[in-house]
Design a binder for this molecule. Structure first.
Ligand code: ADP
Ligand code: MG
Length: 463
């Protein structure tokens, strides 16, 4: 029928605009490398902030003692404690707890957010058992993983540049987030010192390095997306401080804010961006990360309903609700292996209140999920290639047997198998067989929290 033809036209047009042929991925990777150079050259030199983390030493394995970490950066936050045994003993004991953040606190005041976090942390500390041992006479120390753009002024201080991922708390912008947390801990009567302020990428890099010396970069694909890597200190022109003894500095790229004319943006992406809490910002993140993939699919479906009556004469009202189609639902539909696409049918019914779909329609919906996930995964592979190029690890050097490990984490990478497979395949395709053999993408499960605790240990006030 005419409606079906019109709907298929919309799908085809969308698919064409989302295309990521290998030459385009190379353009994106090259643009990423160029922006990395620009961001390192001067403050404000690029959309890529290339923030200096003040982490110039990654964990060695010798760290020792009881340390806490607090991981804030999305819909949940986690508190954890680790007992580090020092050389040869590694992590002797660990415990964690995950707490969801009430949505109202994501757009409230700084005090309300930090009071809530500090209260949960205090509860967790109060439950510390005999199987954890603080060195007598010491204050408890914490690594704070805060995964939003922060301009650091030392390893344990930094001001919030802006919020991302659905957070919007105006009075916190420009504040030192460590001071905010410390004040809230004092209000709770919690005696604890923040020894390291990092984000999830730096934490993941540190956690990965603790167990594997070849880890040189980390990528997070969760609600948002970001990357960090180890840079040579003298390759950072904007750094005017002393050269670190190690000769290296970990750079927090804030790659979510990358943008380039080479990115395949569609009208749906432009509309999503315009309606977001941070229009014009985090354009790359809005193409590749978990917060947005399902929403892109919803927007295309909504258009198909409106302009091609894809779901019949009326547009299903739920389909008009922004963010109602979450990425975990999208991935469940995408990976539905039942012959009748029963998962797709169930999700449509339960979440969008759409019933009576034909198998043919459900196949189209799976295809839409595939288009959006494939574009995201391939673009993130291009970003990884950009980092490898910057580090000079995108080619095999004669006579060298260098191994490069990239630690990856985040709910999207962890749970969306098709996305992850596509990312890894695309990276291999970009690198070619010989180089692929030297590069390992490793899932660093929950490295970010442990990594922050490790960095608190290596930056302890008692060293
Ligand atoms: P955060 O990024 O908020 O710190 P996570 O790393 O746990 O937290 O990532 C959570 C995100 O991962 C969710 O917002 C969602 O987008 C994505 N995600 C979680 N589960 C799945 C899933 N089964 N399939 C696809 N994406 C998922
Ligand atoms: Mg996280």
């Amino acid at each position: 029928s005419g409606r079906w033809i019109k709907a298929m036209e919309l799908v085809t047009e969308f698919e064409e605009k989302c295309a990521t042929p290998i030459w385009k991925l190379r353009q994106v990777a090259d643009a990423m490398t160029v922006e990395m150079h620009a961001g390192l050259a001067s403050e404000g030199g690029s959309k890529l902030k290339m923030l200096i983390s003040y982490v110039d030493n990654l964990p060695t394995g010798k760290e020792k003692g009881l340390f806490y970490a607090l991981d804030l950066g999305g819909t949940n936050f986690r508190v954890l404690r680790v007992q580090l045994g020092g050389k040869d003993s590694g992590i002797v004991n660990q415990q964690f707890e995950e707490v969801s953040i009430p949505p109202s606190l994501m757009t409230g005041t700084s005090d309300a957010l930090f009071d809530y976090i500090a209260a949960e942390l205090a509860k967790f500390v109060a439950q510390e058992g005999m199987d954890f041992q603080l060195t007598p006479g010491r204050q408890r120390e914490l690594g704070f993983t805060f995964s939003f753009p922060v301009m650091q002024s030392s390893i344990a201080s930094g001001t919030l540049l802006r919020w991302t991922k659905g957070f919007s708390i105006d009075d916190a912008v420009g504040q030192d987030v460590v001071a905010e947390l410390t004040k809230a801990m004092e209000r709770q009567g919690l005696d604890m010192r923040v020894s390291a302020l990092v984000n999830d990428t730096i934490g993941t890099l540190a956690g990965g390095r603790y167990t594997n010396n070849d880890v040189v970069a980390a990528v997070i694909l969760g609600t948002g997306s970001n990357a960090a890597y180890v840079e040579r200190a003298h390759a950072i022109p904007k750094w005017h401080g002393l050269l670190p003894k190690s000769g290296e500095m970990v750079i927090n790229m804030e790659w979510g804010n990358f943008r380039s004319a080479h990115l395949p943006l569609t009208e749906y992406d432009h509309a999503l961006d315009a309606d977001s809490l941070n229009p014009g910002e985090q354009i790359y993140e809005k193409l590749i990360s978990g917060m947005y993939l399902g929403e892109i699919v919803r927007r295309v479906l909504c258009r198909m309903a409106e302009e091609a009556a894809f779901f019949g004469d009326i547009v299903p009202p739920k389909l008009k609700v922004p963010f109602i189609l979450r990425t975990p639902v999208m991935s469940a539909m995408h990976q539905d292996t039942s012959p009748e696409l029963k998962v797709v049918a169930d999700k449509l019914k339960n979440i969008l209140e759409i019933s009576n779909t034909s198998l043919k329609m459900r196949k189209v919906i799976v295809e839409l999920c595939n288009i959006v996930a494939t574009r995201g995964a391939r673009l993130s592979a291009a970003g990884v290639l950009g980092i490898l190029k910057k580090m000079g690890r995108d080619a095999v050097k004669e006579g060298e047997k260098q191994r490069t490990v990239i630690a990856m984490d985040g709910g999207l990478f962890e749970h969306y198998e098709e996305y992850r497979r596509c990312l890894e395949n695309s990276l291999n395709e970009l690198l070619g067989q010989e180089v692929t053999e030297t590069i390992v993408v490793e899932h660093s499960n929950d490295g970010s929290g442990i990594g922050a605790a490790l960095l608190a240990a290596s930056h302890s006030q008692y060293l």
